[in-house]
Design a protein around this ligand. Structure first.
Ligand SMILES: NC(=O)c1ccc[n+]([C@@H]2O[C@H](COP(=O)([O-])OP(=O)(O)OC[C@H]3O[C@@H](n4cnc5c(N)ncnc54)[C@H](O)[C@@H]3O)[C@@H](O)[C@H]2O)c1
Length: 337
C-alpha cells in the first residue's frame, strides 16, 4: 500500500495522499477527530467529514485541563469503546490525541495524520504521548502505538517557515545521531528547495522516520538505546521550561549546538565533524544564542525527568551519524555545558 515504514507493534507510517490512504486504512468504525483551530482553517476538508473536537493552540495546551475537556466532550458525544480517534495535527495534537485515546475508557484505537514537519519526523512516530505538568515537559504520559500515521507532504505547504524550520531541527538531529548520508543530503540542499520539492522532502522524511523506527523497535520503552533520540533535548527542554521565546525545534537547534561544543571540548568529536554540524545548523538559519541565562538553564535541567538519582544521561555526538551515551553528575554537567 504505497511507501510505508513499519515502526513497532503493527504500527506503520504511510507516505502519500491522506485522503486516499484514509479510504484504505481507516477502520470501519465511528471516527472522532481531535485537531486544532489552525487545521480547521487550513485543512477543513480533511476533518469536516468526521465528528471532531478542536483543542487550543500552543504548548500550554498540553495539560490536564485539556485532557479533561476532551474526555468530557467525548462523554457528551456518547463515545464508547468502539470509537476510533484520529488525531490530525502537529505534535501537540497528536500527543493529546494519543494520550486521550490510550486512556479514555481504558483505551480505544487511534491513528494520526501528521501535519507538521516536526510531527512527521518525530512527534507522531514511536508511541510516546503525554502532557506537561508544572512547566515540566511530558511528565505524564504513556507508551502506546497508533494503528497508523499518515504523512502527506502536501499538507505541510500551509506551514509557516518558522514551523517548517522547527521540524528541520529534528531532521538534523536524526541525521547526526543515525544517518550520515541524510546529513550529506541536507548539506547539499537548501531550505528553499525543501519548501518547494515535495518528492525530496518525502525522501528526507522517510529516511528520518526509518532511523527513529529502527531505534524504537530496539527499545520501545526507553530503557537504553532509545535515549539517543534525546540528542540536544536536555538543553532544549530546559530552554522551553525557562522561556516561551523559542518553539521546540528552535530550542532543539540550540541544544544540538551546545552538545556539539561539549563533545568537541571533551575530544569525543573531531573538529571536522563538529564544524560540519555547526555549519549545517547555520545553513538552515537557526539562532544558537541562549535565550535565557545559563544558570536558569542549569536549574531547569535539574528537574529533567530523564535524571536517574543525582545523575543524568547525556547523549553526545561522536561522529556524523553516531552518538555516545554518558551518565554525568550535575556537577560534571555544569562544567561541560
Ligand atoms: N511524542 C513524541 O515523541 C514527541 C516528539 C517530539 C516532539 N513532541 C512534542 O511535539 C510538540 C511540538 O509539535 P509541533 O512542532 O508539531 O507543534 P504544534 O503541534 O504546536 O504545531 C505548530 C503550529 O503549527 C500549526 N499547524 C499544524 N499543522 C499545520 C499546517 N499543516 N498548516 C498550518 N499550520 C499548522 C499548529 O496549529 C500550531 O500552531 C511539543 O509539545 C513536543 O514536546 C513529541
Amino acid at each position: 500500500m504505497g511507501k510505508h515504514i513499519e515502526v513497532v507493534g503493527g504500527s506503520s507510517v504511510y507516505m502519500g495522499s491522506a485522503k486516499e490512504l484514509l479510504e484504505k486504512i481507516l477502520p470501519n468504525k465511528r471516527v472522532i477527530v481531535i485537531s486544532d483551530a489552525n487545521i480547521d482553517r487550513t485543512h477543513r476538508d480533511l476533518i469536516a467529514p468526521y465528528e471532531h473536537i478542536l483543542i487550543g493552540l500552543g504548548e500550554q495546551v498540553k495539560s490536564f485541563a485539556t485532557l479533561e475537556e476532551v474526555y468530557r466532550q467525548l462523554i457528551n458525544m456518547g463515545a464508547d469503546r468502539s470509537v476510533f480517534i484520529l488525531g490530525v495535527g502537529g505534535g501537540i495534537v497528536t500527543d493529546i490525541a494519543g494520550f486521550v485515546a490510550s486512556t479514555y475508557m481504558r483505551g480505544v484505537e487511534f491513528g494520526f495524520i501528521t501535519t507538521t514537519l516536526l510531527g512527521s519526523v518525530d512527534a507522531s512516530v514511536g508511541g510516546k504521548n503525554g502532557v506537561n505538568v508544572g512547566g515540566f515537559k511530558n511528565m505524564v504520559g504513556v507508551f502506546s502505538q497508533p494503528k497508523f500515521v499518515i504523512c502527506d507532504t502536501s499538507l505541510l505547504h500551509s506551514l509557516s517557515d518558522r514551523e517548517f524550520k522547527a521540524g528541520m531541527a529534528e531532521v538534523i538531529k536524526t541525521a547526526i545521531l543515525g544517518d550520515a548520508e541524510l546529513f550529506e543530503i541536507l548539506e547539499k540542499t537548501s531550505f528553499k528547495e525543501l519548501r518547494k520539492d515535495d518528492s525530496l522532502l518525502e525522501d528526507i522524511i522517510t529516511r528520518a522516520v526509518a532511523v527513529k523506527a529502527a531505534v524504537v523497535a530496539e527499545d520501545e520503552r526507553e530503557k537504553g538505546r532509545r535515549r539517543i533520540l534525546n540528542l540536544g533535548h536536555t538543553m532544549a527542554h530546559a530552554i522551553e521550561k525557562s522561556t516561551s521565546k523559542m518553539n521546540h525545534g528552535e530550542a532543539v537547534a540550540v541544544g544540538l549546538y551546545y552538545i556539539t561544543q561539549s563533545a568537541l571540548s571533551q575530544q569525543i568529536l573531531s573538529e571536522e565533524d563538529a564544524g560540519r554540524i555547526f555549519d549545517l545548523i547555520e545553513q538552515y538559519g537557526f539562532n544558537t544564542t541562549l535565550p535565557v541565562e545559563r544558570k536558569q538553564i542549569l536549574k531547569a535541567i535539574e528537574g529533567d525527568k530523564k535524571r536517574s538519582g543525582d545523575a543524568l544521561h547525556l547523549i553526545l555526538p561522536s561522529a556524523i551519524g553516531s552518538v555516545t551515551d554518558r551518565l554525568l553528575t550535575f556537577e560534571e554537567l555544569k562544567s561541560i555545558l
